[in-house]
Design a protein around this ligand. Sequence first.
Ligand code: GDP
Length: 495
Amino acid sequence: PRDSELPFNITADHLLDGLLTSDFSHKSCRSRYEFAAYHKKSLQHKPSPYLIAKLRKQEALQKRCGPGTAAYKNAVRRLDAGDRGAVSDDDTCRYLVYISYRGLGNRMLAIASSFLYAVLTDRVLLVDGGKDAGELFCEPFPGTTWLLPRAGGWFSSSPLSRLRGYLGGAKESLGNVLQSGGAVTVSADGNLTWSVAPPPYLYLHLAGGYEFHDKLFFCGAQQRLLGEVPWLFMWTDNYLVPGLFLTPPFAGELDAMFPEKDAVFHHLGRYLFHPTNAVWHAVTRYYHSNLAAGRRRVVGVQIRVFQKKQPPQVVLDQVLSCVSAEKLLPETITGNGSTSSSHAAVLVTSLSPWYGERIREEYGGKSIAGGVHQPSHEGRQRWRDAAHDMRALSEMWLLSMCDALVTSGYSTFGYVAGGLAGLRPWVMPSAPMWADDWREGLDPNDPPCWRAASVEPCFHSPSAYDCAAGKDVELDKVRPYIRRCVDVKCGIKLV
Ligand code: GDP
């Protein structure tokens, strides 16, 4: 499909079976309506009518309460004034602010999680997406913005101004409020209520290494308390969704919204994230020039090395053995008895140029007719750099257009690509960056890669605490649709 200036007739296919609203023009955000043309229907699950109804309801809420509305101004005024007291009347809006933190993949998983939490709790989602959020993604909700206004006075005086560098120590975090005593009263039957009145805002600290009291976020009683707080600020880099499925008050709603549990991110990601025209143009141009020719099978290889000390050769060997052991490249025997893949191309994404070059050498130039392509090699991860983030985003989308994926364990960059594509990737074990030795956690007897159990991202640091039982449980034993991740042993995912 080439960009066309012809009038665009929107069909159910363009709207991803009702997931997307047709309230945006094609030109304003081409990727929104062109997703289907570039992606195979790898995962057959359609969004449920209930999910679609919830999305339309959320869009109306975002519009009614979003920045610029009277309701928003009123809520900001109350926040700035430190007004306590329940928000009782129906017109009052409650907000969830996602605080930008970490790389793009982490941010996208965290935003998808925040969005789902906002839907479940009837809150407006506002994204403090960092400086470049507007350059990366189109607005997902019609007639309003999801970006937290940064100018306009209140930003400098509000709690948000203190969020820079925030690492969970704030006394207004859920964990600290629960521990400090006094603020919350516990009744004989274990119910929690605010002793005086709910605070105007609270921080939710849900990043890796969070403490016991912060983890009580995943409990019913604490959720009821949070429901009365007008502003919540969420600090997370994680895909919290499996944890929401384990939170008692949400289980029923989630069950109705997602009859197929392995498609949550596939739906939410395709609903929320639409690259802006500038990014989309780069994606489609690269796709047509390098990958699309001759209807080739494209194998995407995402290489992310967390451990600086890990020898690159080890990672390269892992990639090559995985591709060959899993027969990912179709092979044909040529006249002289050697093999070639005439119907394949390989897309490599990595921060280092070394991998693309070696893989190209390894496959001997001509034996893969479609070639080995690496769109960029940024050298290192950069912060607050729009051009860098735009390349990262393009590559996630290019990976998601592949026919098969090999990804690096632990990497949220790879999770996003697989989730959008609806493809279960082959995941290569990799040691986390905090390991003392690059071999730590890696078993030499492990295969070069495992097939992921589902297209869902892994929740790296779930809470094992069962609030009703009052003790830790084996998280992979409590629901048939929750399992351990192949790449992160303490992580869980929906299957
Ligand atoms: P994770 O750290 O692998 O979980 O993924 P994140 O996306 O959260 O953070 C990694 C960041 O490093 C990305 O957002 C990019 O900024 C950069 N990066 C890592 N791998 C690549 C790659 O293959 N291509 C590009 N363009 N950037 C990458």
